[in-house]
Design a protein around this ligand. Structure first.
Ligand SMILES: Nc1ncnc2c1ncn2[C@@H]1O[C@H](COP(=O)(O)OP(=O)(O)OP(=O)(O)O)[C@@H](O)[C@H]1O
Ligand SMILES: [Mg+2]
Length: 241
């Protein structure tokens, strides 16, 4: 569904993404992990058309490299950001409505907005302004607004960051349901290995912009190269939580 082909991105002297190739299959949950500054978020920025780059990115067989962001969104790719971004003075329902309008130039579909609000468990707070929401609420809203564009591919950037155990469980359940019940293919960047091994079918580890290894998450997290360079010796005996 999504193919990165020899993608390289330099910011001046810094090579943020270095000759990176990977393939995301339709229907799967695909994980990306790696140390801070490895280039994970930059990969999303390249997929969503923020910067020019070398190499190519294909979506459903079409080369989307160099396309403007709104065109890429209309083809069916949506994302969330590492730091929750909401419109603080808009209500929850209006914010999800903005996503709906952005995804469909023909207007917005109230029934679909209602369905997403319900699906994300935001019904009780739908008339509250987003600035009043707690962190979990903001995260659910950001995912809901991304879903309202009716994406085929949803890309989540560290959705669990700053969350406690019960919030992580709730988000994992939602992410799984988005994949299974709504049929949306998902890429998730995450530092929690347990989340990645439970949710994903394929896990890509990036280090200094380069692919370190990619495959079955349990095999990847027990790969000595990954343990040594990313997970650390402390995790050598098992999968960290
Ligand atoms: N717009 C930019 N201009 C200059 N350098 C950038 C830009 N965006 C990212 N970088 C640099 O590229 C490298 C990769 O950054 P990126 O944000 O992709 O890392 P990351 O893997 O998402 O890290 P983290 O886990 O901390 O979120 C870093 O060295 C970062 O400073
Ligand atoms: Mg990042």
């Amino acid at each position: 569904m999504l193919k990165a082909i020899h993608v390289t991105k330099k910011f001046g002297e810094l090579v943020a993404v270095n000759d990176l190739s990977f393939d995301v299959e339709k229907g799967q949950i695909f994980g990306i992990a790696g140390p801070n500054g490895a280039g994970k978020s930059t990969v999303y920025n390249l997929i969503t058309g923020f910067f020019p780059f070398d190499g190519a990115i294909e979506f459903e067989g079409r080369n989307i490299s160099g396309m403007p962001t709104h065109r890429i969104a209309q083809l069916g790719i949506s994302r969330t950001f590492q730091i929750p971004r909401t419109f603080p003075s808009l209500t929850v329902e209006k914010s999800v409505g903005v996503g709906s309008r952005f995804g469909d130039p023909g207007g917005f579909d109230r029934n679909y907005v209602d369905r997403i609000i319900d699906f994300m468990g935001l019904e009780a707070v739908r008339r509250e302004t987003t600035g009043q929401l707690n962190l979990l609420g903001k995260k659910k809203l950001m995912i809901g607004a991304a879903l309202a564009t009716r994406p085929k591919l949803l890309m989540l950037d560290e959705p669990m960051a700053g969350s406690n155990t019960s919030e992580i469980k709730s988000l994992m359940h939602l992410i799984q349901a988005i994949n299974t019940d709504l049929g949306v293919t998902i890429i998730i960047i995450e530092h929690f290995m347990k989340v990645l091994t439970e949710l994903t079918g394929t896990l890509l580890i990036i280090q200094t912009g380069t692919k370190l290894c990619c495959g079955d998450p349990r095999e990847v997290t027990s790969d000595p190269r990954v343990i040594e360079s990313y997970l650390g010796e402390a995790y050598a005996d098992g999968i960290p939580s």
